[in-house]
Design a protein around this ligand. Structure first.
Ligand code: NAP
Ligand code: HSE
Length: 436
């Protein structure tokens, strides 16, 4: 049978890894796909730099030369960015080519438009590599769990931030050095602010939420908070209370709407997910029939991501002659059956909280604080007064709350910060028990 010919847009961490895996496992991949999957051309910006990596592969610095190549059947977009990548993908689709992409930013923001164009042309757009690196989470949610009404998903879905938090906690490394190391290892985005500000995780969460609940991509409604405000003190206090702090992406179906939020969270240290370290990712999915399932693996890096890209290439190769109406829908649900459930504003989200306040060591302080919390409908589960340095007139008070509405905690925090005995801002980190 004729080989399927592949053009690569980008030959960096992901594109280079894909080429390596396609070459190394060529025989095995052909046995699985039923025909050879042959890379024929790659587009890069710096031709000289890419020469050695490309080997015998044709190179171009014009990405449209790949998209317009008459022999190329599948375009792999591993370039990143939004504007040009969108243009190239839409051009490839318009020419009847299938697309495989690792670009979560693009799918989270322009997925609806791209899938509609693909549907019209009867081609596939596969994006397993966009979420969870090498973990086949898209396939799991879209196909493996298809019998379930999915209730919630919670995951560590950014390798860079998990790597930074692990280096800071286990090796005492400071934030900037840990980020530099993550960049050297090829985990970080071209602009690492996407990682540390939680944006990359929100892109991935948006995609998972869409395929789990059958809703359109709604990145613009995601609540996003990164790890840049976390302090060593909070990590230490959380550990003393039996919790780990992780950057979590959470999407949950509630009667009032769908939660879509990325932020640091305390997780009980006995949970498996609390012990996921380095650039590893882990995603919990709760389905009504199956219960909680967990997916774990390398969340970033060349070959783990290539593993997902090549799996998509094999899927597309196997399916491209099938009637487009009989293929798995891009968003798991038939396009005409997407739901309009709203995304819940963050104030309406119900969860637990870690609160840290710096207060003057005086009688009555605790009574004032607990009264404000009680009046706002926030009940305290645990409270610890941290040890003071000799001569220090201020003390750190750490509290854990029961579940309550975020807007109620916010109201209480404003009032607590107005107390004359309180110094600075109250630190608020959400607390997720992640019980089945
Ligand atoms: P990368 O290492 O920076 O590679 C980007 C590649 O695209 C390079 O070969 C670059 O060429 C080429 N490129 C960029 N702009 C181009 C243009 N205008 N014309 C032609 N070539 C161009 O990036 P990466 O880490 O592989 O990430 C690529 C995509 O995969 C991103 O969407 C990222 O979010 C996603 N992703 C990354 C990972 C990961 O672990 N790194 C995992 C999952 C998904 P030059 O080198 O010549 O500039
Ligand atoms: N920058 C991303 C991460 C790459 O660190 O998770 C994988 O999507």
């Amino acid at each position: 049978m004729k080989p399927v010919k592949v053009g690569l847009l980008g030959l960096g961490t992901v594109g280079g890894g894909t080429l390596t895996v396609l070459k190394r496992n060529a025989a095995e991949i052909t046995r699985r796909a039923g025909r050879e999957i042959r890379p024929v051309m790659a587009a890069v910006r710096d031709l000289e730099k890419a020469k050695i990596r490309a080997g015998s592969l044709a190179l171009t610095d014009d990405p449209f030369a790949v998209v317009n190549h008459p022999e190329i059947d599948i375009v792999v977009e591993a370039m990143g960015g939004e504007v040009l990548a969108r243009e190239l993908i839409l051009a490839a689709i318009a020419q009847g080519k299938h697309v495989v992409t690792a670009n979560k930013a693009l799918i989270a923001k322009h997925g609806t438009e791209i899938f509609a164009a693909a549907q019209k042309q009867g081609v596939m757009v596969a994006f397993e590599a966009a979420v969870g690196g090498g973990i086949p989470i898209i396939k799991a949610i879209r196909e493996g769990l298809t019998a379930n009404r999915i209730e919630w998903i919670a995951g560590i879905i950014n390798g860079t931030t998990n790597f930074i938090l692990t280096q800071m906690r286990d090796h005492g490394m400071d934030f900037a050095d840990a980020l530099k190391l993550a960049q050297e290892k090829g985990y970080a985005e071209a602009d690492p602010a996407f990682d540390v500000e939680g944006i990359d995780a929100a892109h991935k969460l948006t995609i998972m939420s869409a395929i789990a609940f059958g809703i359109p991509m709604q990145f613009e409604h995601a609540y996003i908070e990164g790890i840049t405000q976390l302090t060593r003190d909070d990590v230490r206090y959380a550990e003393q209370l039996g919790y780990r702090i992780k950057l979590l992406g959470i999407t949950r179906r509630t009667p009032a709407g769908i939660e879509l939020r990325v932020h640091p969270a305390l997780i009980p240290e006995r949970r498996l997910i609390a012990n996921v370290d380095g650039a590893m990712n882990a995603i919990l999915v709760k389905g009504d029939a199956v219960g909680v399932t967990m997916y774990y693996g390398a969340g970033a890096g060349a070959e783990p991501t290539a593993s997902s890209i090549v799996a998509d290439l094999v899927d597309v190769t196997r399916m491209h002659t099938a009637d487009p109406h009989n293929r798995v829908p891009h968003l798991a649900f038939q396009p005409e059956n997407l739901s309009a459930e709203p995304i819940l504003p963050m104030g309406e989200v119900r969860t637990g909280y870690y609160l840290r306040l710096r207060a003057r060591d005086e009688t009555g302080v605790l009574a004032d604080v607990t009264r404000i919390l009680a009046d706002s409908g926030v009940s305290i589960e645990a409270m610890v007064q941290q040890e003071q340095q000799a001569g220090d007139k201020m003390m750190d008070i750490v509290m854990l709350t029961h579940q309550c509405l975020e807007k109620h905690v916010n109201t209480a925090i404003i009032k607590i910060e107005e107390l004359p005995v309180i110094a600075g801002n109250v630190v608020r980190i959400r607390l997720e028990r992640l019980a089945g």
